[in-house]
Design a binder for this molecule. Sequence first.
Ligand code: PGA
Length: 232
Amino acid sequence: MIFAANFKTNHTRNSTKRYLDTLSEKIAAKKSEEKVYIFPPATALGHYQGDFTLGVQNAYPAQNGAFTGEIGLEQLEEFAIRTILIGHSERRELLGESQEKVAEKFAFFKAEGFEIIYCIGEPLEVRQAGDEAVSAYLLAQFEGIDTAYEKLIVAYEPIWAIGTGRSATTEEIASTHQTLRKTVSSPLLYGGSANPDNIQEIAAIENVDGVLVGSASLDAEKFASMIFGAKC
Ligand code: PGA
């Protein structure tokens, strides 16, 4: 089972360090098949010790260059970062990242051999239009993406469930993951209001190989309790 923490625009360099110290202590006894990923803000990237993988929430698909406000491969290499989140709905919706741009990032970081957590997810109106509409919407988000890439992890995150406290139902997750399983053989994560109260139920769903957690990951003890609470 994979447990990935997406801090988004939360935590500082100092608080990330404290967080990782606490988390490392808490997860010292976790099973080795439970893999932990932490995606702090770019200012908190660093060299940390512990049984987790540090990744970046976003980066520009270039070694370096004139891309104001962005970081590229050179900045990631300084911290030996080899894992990236691509396609998060907040970047697609709030930052206007097109499928074309997302696919360009994917191709660049794939060529660099990065592990990629690739996010897809539908808005509420698509979910309300039914399963077929959801499938078509999600499959379109694989356009230009090599779904056979061996270092790919897919995260299904319905937009209406992100940060709302309203997770998708067990049935919705099960049927969507079953559909996705026909297209990708990579690990499949669920994301959207996953928390210590619903982790056990989510972890037990077929074709759910892990979770991508926002709000409930911000507190190290709470996140650690999810890792131990999944009981998978
Ligand atoms: P949430 O965010 O857990 O706060 O819903 C999940 C995500 O956006 O990755």
